[in-house]
Design a protein around this ligand. Structure first.
Ligand SMILES: Nc1ncnc2c1ncn2[C@@H]1O[C@H](COP(=O)(O)OP(=O)(O)O)[C@@H](O)[C@H]1O
Ligand SMILES: [Mg+2]
Length: 290
């Protein structure tokens, strides 16, 4: 069975890392050997899961569940070392004028290396990544767009040879819904919703991808119209104000859910979990995820 690859993205602070971790817990519990990957120089999950360190090589958190921190450089280095060892391709890669010029002018190379590593299983290419499920926490949407665009961009620059071929094969896997799934995490607020709509449309137009939307910190304690009317007849002014605010919040959340469901009718909502215990939060969210 091919590994499943999930990309989790969305605006800063909406809960991407939390949702990605909850999805990883869910997959691990279902018996899938799961790797949760964060991208960048600094690990968020190190403190989140109280680990002593997180690096390029997977660190086990619990049974079936490991985390890793990938950078463009760590992925590229691992890939090149793999080629040298296995195929002695170092010269082909680095000691020719085309590649030297290319590496100097290839701003998308780190992103390509990351996407190459993420898709190495289904492409059967590169160092082994022995996981059934890979979940990638992609920070800000701008960086996610750069990751997605890297293979096509590279294939346009380098049309022939192994680099062109690999770039096209990465792009094909990224567009294959049997292998890759995309989650846009969103808060029920105007700006994140607008950004989600835009990203959804871009992924569809540019790659034919249909992302899934997750509306995080969604109000789950809904009151009926009659309950609001009763609350607003209460003699306690503070309570009346509280009720009025909750009514507005509820209205806004429902409006935002209608908006995102216009894009993804299968949008999932996740509640705000009132706990400081990371594992407790993740387990509640994992149980809610489909
Ligand atoms: N459903 C939730 N319930 C409770 N706290 C949440 C939930 N989702 C996210 N958080 C908290 O919100 C903050 C931002 O979440 P985080 O996952 O770091 O966002 P991002 O990765 O998008 O920047 C963190 O403090 C996280 O613990
Ligand atoms: Mg994050």
């Amino acid at each position: 069975m091919n590994p499943e690859i999930f990309f989790v993205t969305g605006k800063g602070g909406v809960g991407k890392s939390t949702v990605a971790a909850a999805l990883a817990i869910k997959k691990a519990k279902s018996g899938r050997k799961t790797l949760l990957v964060e991208i960048g120089d600094q690990s968020f999950y190190k403190d989140f899961f109280s680990l002593s360190s997180v690096g390029h090589e997977p660190t086990m958190v619990q049974e079936n569940f490991s985390v890793a921190l990938w950078t463009g450089q760590s992925c590229l280095r691992e890939y090149i070392l793999h080629l040298i060892k296995v195929e002695t391709l170092y010269k082909l890669f680095f000691e020719n004028a085309v590649m030297r010029a290319f590496i100097n002018v290839a701003p998308a190379l780190p992103e390509l290396a990351i996407m190459g590593k993420a898709t190495s299983g289904p492409r059967n290419h590169g160092p082994k990544l022995p996981f059934d499920c890979i979940i990638i926490d992609c920070y800000a949407t701008g960086h996610f767009a750069a990751l997605m665009g890297a293979p096509v961009g590279m294939a346009e620059i380098v049309k022939v040879g192994p680099m062109g071929e690999q770039s096209r094969s990465i792009d094909r896997v990224l567009r294959d819904p049997r292998v890759c799934q995309y989650f846009i995490v969103c808060l029920p607020e105007e700006l994140p919703v607008r950004e989600t709509e835009e990203l959804f449309d871009q992924l569809k137009a540019n790659y034919g991808i249909t992302p899934q939307i997750i509306l995080n910190k969604f109000n789950t304690k809904s009151l009926s119209e009659a309950e609001f009317v009763a609350a607003e007849a209460c003699s306690n002014a503070e309570f009346r104000e509280f009720s009025k605010q909750h009514r507005m919040l509820q209205g806004m959340h429902l409006e935002m859910r209608t908006r995102v469901m216009g894009r993804d009718p299968t949008t999932q909502t996740l509640p705000m979990v009132w706990s400081h215990e990371v594992m407790q939060v993740l387990e509640v969210l994992a149980a809610r995820l489909k």
